[in-house]
Design a protein around this ligand. Structure first.
Ligand code: TXA
Ligand code: MG
Length: 334
């Protein structure tokens, strides 16, 4: 007997697309072909579905995911797009270019999809099946490459099944991916466009449209400078303002408690990641929990965030990785 349900192999026809869209809307994971590589899709507004993406991939930490949209209007409803973004979108979308932009204030995308960042990578893929699927779902679809963590990006449905068969609900088979390398990731949140990952759209094409693109050294320098201020923090990730204390077995009234399972008594504020001790639910609520305790703690004058122990298994690895970064000692800012 199998210990996991069979992954459905869907044809990219009307029935297959409808089935894939229904599964995604129901919170299930569906891999689908794009012009670059196959993506492992989840409804980006559903934090639990996004958490299952990390679980299926077996990622030991949370990476921010690219959100896929059927057109630029839909994408730019969720981020703050400037003139540069609009010009690139007009000429390069649909296509293998992902733009990192500030989240819009009312952005409905789950914080976990962006790994807690204030920014979001958005893209409109150039593949008829992917676009048809995105239109049918009518929600942003978060999709990393559909491989197990550490594996190579899949460019056929068979590759996807090799790595993720039995771990995801379905694969929409739209044939081999024509581009075969991932999208170019361009950060537009700084003073000038910054190349985070080279990919299917060439830097030359981007520079012809919007001028010089920064890459390499300046970013490394910026990272080093920021790391100096907050050693141990994953630089671009959300860091709570309050200090974080891990593995708490008691809690004081001057502390906010990030609970897992039945909460410890006596905290000044409580956010429970999962009353039932469910790691997928906890992952889905992690970034909301940190932000919410940070805000409540500041409002109530609390001193720190105490975190109950979380098992180091399954998604617990990624949760603990993130919490350890949040708890790492910080140098005084001069
Ligand atoms: O071609 C592609 O981009 C494919 C298909 C499925 O669209 N997707 C893909 O996703 O390659 P993934 O998760 O394997 O790679 C996404 C990259 C990662 O390097 C991630 O760090 C970066 O994009 N990224 C995503 N959101 C980001 C953000 N808000 N800020 C900075 N980098 C971000
Ligand atoms: Mg990848």
């Amino acid at each position: 007997m199998r210990d996991a349900p069979e992954t459905e192999l869907l044809a990219a026809d009307r029935a297959g697309l409808a089935r894939a869209a229904a599964l995604l809307k129901g919170g299930a994971l569906v891999a689908f072909g794009t012009e670059t590589v196959y993506g492992l899709g989840a409804d980006a507004t559903d934090a639990a579905a996004v958490a299952r993406v990390f679980a299926a991939k077996g990622r030991p930490h949370f990476n921010p995911l690219i959100c896929h949209y059927p057109d630029a209007d839909a994408a730019f409803a969720h981020v703050r797009a400037d003139e540069t973004a609009r010009r690139l979108a007009a000429r390069c979308w649909p296509g293998p270019l992902s733009l990192v932009l500030p989240r819009a204030p009312d952005c409905p995308v789950a914080l976990l999809a962006g790994a807690g960042l204030d920014t979001l990578a958005v893209r409109v893929p150039a593949h008829p099946a992917a676009l048809a699927l995105l239109h049918a779902v009518a929600r942003p679809v978060a999709a990393p490459s559909a491989n197990r963590s550490g594996g190579v990006s899949p460019t056929t449905a068979a590759h996807v099944l090799d790595g993720l068969g039995g771990r995801i609900a379905a694969v929409l088979d739209s044939g081999p991916c024509p581009v075969g390398v991932e999208s170019t990731v361009l950060d537009l949140t700084g003073e000038r466009p910054f190349l985070l990952r080279p990919g299917g759209t060439t830097v030359e094409a981007i520079e012809a449209l919007v001028g010089p693109v920064a890459r390499g050294i300046p970013h490394a320098e910026a990272e080093a400078a920021r790391t100096l201020r907050s050693p141990g923090l994953l630089v671009s990730h959300y860091a709570p303002g309050l200090p974080v204390r891990l593995d708490a077995s008691t809690v004081g009234a001057e502390e906010a408690l990030l609970a897992f399972g039945p909460p410890l008594a006596g905290a000044g504020a409580v956010f429970n990641l999962s009353q039932d001790g469910d790691l997928v639910e906890a992952a889905a609520r992690l970034f909301d929990g940190l932000r919410s305790l940070d805000a409540t703690g500041a409002a109530r004058g609390l001193r720190r965030i105490a975190v109950m122990p979380i098992p180091d298994a399954g998604l617990g690895l990624a949760i603990n990785d993130r919490l350890q970064r949040a708890a790492a000692p910080r140098a005084a800012v001069g």
